[in-house]
Design a protein around this ligand. Structure first.
Ligand code: NAP
Length: 256
């Protein structure tokens, strides 16, 4: 009997895999047996080397996801280079901080286009490949969107980010409702406070850093590797009946 978390023979595409959470998830999926397509605007050379060291194949695919222009090509290139696409992790994302009273249209559009619009159209492009393949050969497919604590909470000074990540929660549930019967699981991971480039400003702000640490029951910032187990689970046959779920990996932040 194969292990329920085994990803051997599966191909995963991860956006924004050169650093941070995307890198952590790519390495965890590779360690569980998947070959990985590393999609982003900065080549994920270091991640690819680490994947290769784990004995898996890695393909670096260049794409700027601030527009939906590359989404079809990204899926085609993954299939050409690695022979299929079974798992999509929509991780690439940005944040812009300013008081709502001063927030600009440019900061709204940049964040919503990257964090929400491109995610939807990449899900669509992936499902257009996964669903017919599942109908022909079985094997299903998994989509994992990266949400946030701000999928559940309001936050401050990040209106476009909160809107985009709240949108990810709704979109994940909608796509699960449409595609569950077609062999595709659609779920999300909501990271808590993870030490990456995205949170560098918060970590550097002594007061905010202390306030954040005081509220995390685990008593520490998360590390990108802390997201790996949740991603492997949601990508694996073990999660085949898990649909539209938003799994918080937050050191207990939401439980407080
Ligand atoms: P990060 O270290 O800043 O990484 C963000 C990744 O997204 C990078 O690979 C970045 O590529 C990529 N990216 C951004 N804009 C892109 C674009 N237009 N086209 C292609 N790739 C693009 O941040 P992170 O913390 O790992 O964040 C990863 C995801 O987790 C994001 O969706 C974020 O919102 C979410 N998240 C993070 C936290 C946290 O505490 N860190 C908490 C909740 C949710 P470049 O290196 O080329 O910029």
């Amino acid at each position: 009997m194969t292990h329920p978390f085994d990803l051997s023979g599966r191909v995963a595409a991860i956006t924004g895999a050169n650093t941070g959470i995307g890198q952590g998830i790519a390495l965890a999926l590779a360690a569980a047996g998947a070959d990985v397509a590393l999609i982003g605007r900065t080549p994920a050379t270091e991640t690819a080397e680490q994947v290769t060291a784990l004995g898996r194949r890695a393909a670096i695919i260049s794409a700027d996801l601030s527009s939906i222009e590359p989404v079809g090509r990204v899926v085609d290139e993954t299939v050409e280079k690695l022979g299929g696409l079974h798992i999509l992790v929509n991780n690439a994302g940005i944040i812009r901080r300013a008081d709502s009273i001063d927030f600009t249209e440019a900061d709204w559009d940049a964040v919503v286009d990257t964090n929400l619009k491109s995610v939807f159209f990449l899900c669509q492009a992936a499902a257009r490949h996964m669903i017919p393949r599942h109908e022909r050969e079985g094997g299903g497919g998994s989509i994992i969107n990266i949400a946030s604590m701000l999928t559940f909470q309001g936050g401050i000074r990040v209106p476009s980010y909160t809107a985009s990540k709240s949108g990810i929660g709704g979109l994940t549930k909608l796509l699960a409702c449409e595609w569950a019967s077609k062999g595709i699981t659609v779920n999300a991971i909501a990271p808590g406070y993870i030490a990456t480039n995205n949170t560098a400003a918060l970590q550097a702000d002594e007061t905010r850093n202390r306030q954040i640490l005081e509220r995390i029951p685990a008593g520490r910032w998360g590390d990108p590797s802390d997201l790996g187990g949740a991603a492997v689970f949601l990508a694996s046959p073990a999660a085949r009946y898990v649909q539209g779920h938003i799994l918080a990996v937050d050191g207990g932040w939401l439980a407080r």
